[in-house]
Design a protein around this ligand. Structure first.
Ligand code: FES
Length: 177
């Protein structure tokens, strides 16, 4: 495995092939902020809070460091006013969609506004009575809907990005069956 060098904020970093700019920055103790990035899930590039600037020939482009692979000779700027402003704008855009921040997609897609994240947390904690109450509070004829609902909530399930959506309707059926 042949390593190579890149430069981040004037510091030279020895990088292994396949590493991202974010990983390279962490090697030298540079703390680039992240929001949507999870080590085990890989980059989602949905928040853009981790932006850095790749500089080339006096010009440059802003890229998400969590998803950008380091390349030999790369020159990166991380701690400039321009980069900080870009990160701030990304964050402001995220916060501007208030509904999107406060309600999960499954919750918003449920026609009856069942609080699905709460139900799942209660099941996970073994508080099945509470989970059942959460379902019954939102769903009239909960036992029937747990079987017949066309579960639009599952289309919004973020888990579906990685493999399959959570079986939300089956959980409702389990609780109310
Ligand atoms: S951490 Fe969200 S795009 Fe990189």
């Amino acid at each position: 495995m042949n390593t190579f060098k890149i430069t981040i904020d004037g510091k030279s970093v020895e990088v292994a092939p396949g590493r991202t700019v974010l990983e390279a920055a962490r090697q030298i103790g540079l703390n680039i902020p992240t929001l949507c990035h999870l080590e085990k899930c890989g980059p989602l590039t949905s928040c853009q809070v981790c932006l850095v600037k790749v500089v080339a020939s006096g010009q440059g482009r802003l890229v998400p460091s969590c998803a950008t692979r380091a390349e030999p000779g790369m020159v990166i700027e991380s701690e400039t006013v321009e980069v900080h402003e870009a990160r701030r704008t990304a964050l402001e855009l995220l916060f501007s969609d208030h509904v999107g921040d406060c309600l999960s997609p499954c919750h918003r897609l449920c026609p009856l506004q069942l609080n699905i994240p709460a139900m799942i947390r209660q099941i996970e904690a073994g508080r099945l009575d509470e989970a059942t109450a959460t379902v019954r509070q939102a769903l009239p004829l909960a036992g029937v809907l747990g079987r017949l609902c066309h579960h639009p909530c599952e289309q919004g399930c973020r888990r579906g990005v990685f493999d399959e959506p959570a079986a939300i309707r089956d959980m409702e059926r389990f609780l109310t069956g």
